[in-house]
Design a binder for this molecule. Structure first.
Ligand code: ASP
Length: 348
């Protein structure tokens, strides 16, 4: 007989209560703003993040996405299906820098997105600098059914449309507001990410000139958030998966590819668990961060301790957030604030 979601959830929570949860304890070394995790040794688990820098007020959104993933995991033993459900949910929400809310580039026109999927069985596929789709994560999933691992640029966009994904430029008022904020920060020399000193006017490589009026944008500089989205899952059969989707960093040259679609960097899954990262993509690539966290878990560290150790080792000047799940539990760590969700819900 099919076990209902409620019974499954109850059983998991009972087991959770019997286990010694270490939620909200920070590690012995330099405390991180976010270092949580817990034991969950039975049944499906989903953990989501809304990008490092995302505020606590977004926790209901990341929690709802984790719940969506968990509902899917109660219907299937396919961990990837659950991970897709979590990330698709966040690609639909304008505040996140993925899908609907993906960053508008400095030219004021283009939106280029990266996404990747991976399973513990070794499946991996990604899209890079894809345009004109609402759900890049589903296109990455579709790439998995081709003989290839990654499609990029116009080829990725045309592939998506050939596969029946609607030809839409995913934008919204939230993304427009972030675009204006970005220009204010750039002109104020407070863009971060190396752009304070980088001669970006000389390197300008967008097809057209600077957008009209860009040079005269006024207003105070203000904080920007990462808000890439990711989901890691463990299915009831013990398999793992990860999905990761982003509109990229706020201020970049045309064609920039971050860590998200690069194998072993933004995400990784294997028999020991699944990992998703967020933060300064260039440094995440240099550290092969997701694979590094995974290796720590494969060596016996818990998901929480592996995430915490890697986040603590990340250079403090760069933002980073990590979510992970293993056979015994889950972990979340970040060196800035970060909205996240865990299902079954252990956060209340
Ligand atoms: N890691 C992403 C990138 O560099 C950005 C983010 O996580 O917010 O594209």
């Amino acid at each position: 007989m099919k076990m209902s979601l409620r019974i499954l959830s109850l059983l998991t929570l009972l087991l959770l209560a019997a286990c010694s949860s270490d939620a909200d304890q920070s590690s012995d070394s330099e405390p991180l703003p976010l270092a949580v995790g817990g034991a969950m040794a039975f049944g499906p688990v989903a953990v989501t993040h809304g990008g490092v820098g995302s505020p606590p007020e977004w926790m209901p959104l990341t929690q709802a996405a984790a719940d969506s993933a968990f509902v899917r995991l109660s219907e299937t033993t396919d961990a990837l299906e659950g991970a897709l459900a979590g990330t698709v949910a966040m690609e639909n929400i304008p505040v996140f820098n993925a899908g609907t809310g993906a960053n508008i580039r400095l030219d004021g026109k283009t939106i280029q997105m990266d996404a990747a999927v991976m399973t513990s069985a070794g499946g991996f596929a990604a899209v890079a600098v894809i345009e004109r789709v609402k759900h890049p994560i589903l296109v990455a999933r579709a790439v998995m059914d081709t003989p290839h691992r990654m499609l990029a640029g116009d080829g990725a966009t045309r592939f998506a449309h050939a596969m029946g994904f609607a030809d839409v430029v995913p934008t919204c008022p939230e993304a427009e507001a972030k675009f204006r904020q970005r220009w204010r920060n750039l002109l104020a020399g407070k863009a971060g990410g190396g752009y304070e000193t980088f001669d970006w006017r000389r390197a300008w490589n967008f097809p057209g000139p600077l957008p009209a009026g860009a040079d005269s944008v006024t207003g105070p500089a203000g904080p920007e958030t990462g808000d890439t989205v990711g989901t890691v899952t463990r299915a009831s059969d013990g398999s793992f998966a990860v999905t990761l989707s982003t509109g990229g960093t706020s201020i970049t040259l045309d064609g920039r590819v971050g860590d998200v679609p690069v194998f072993g960097c933004g995400s990784f899954a294997g028999p020991a668990g699944a990992v998703a990262c967020t933060g300064h993509g260039e440094e995440i690539i240099r550290q092969m961060l997701a694979r590094t966290v995974y290796n720590l878990m494969a060596d016996g560290l818990s998901a929480r301790d592996a995430a915490v150790r890697a986040a603590e080792a990340f250079p403090a000047e760069w933002s980073v957030g990590i979510i992970a799940v293993d056979a015994n539990g889950w972990g979340v760590a970040a060196n800035r604030q970060m909205a996240y969700g865990v299902a079954p819900d252990v956060l209340e």
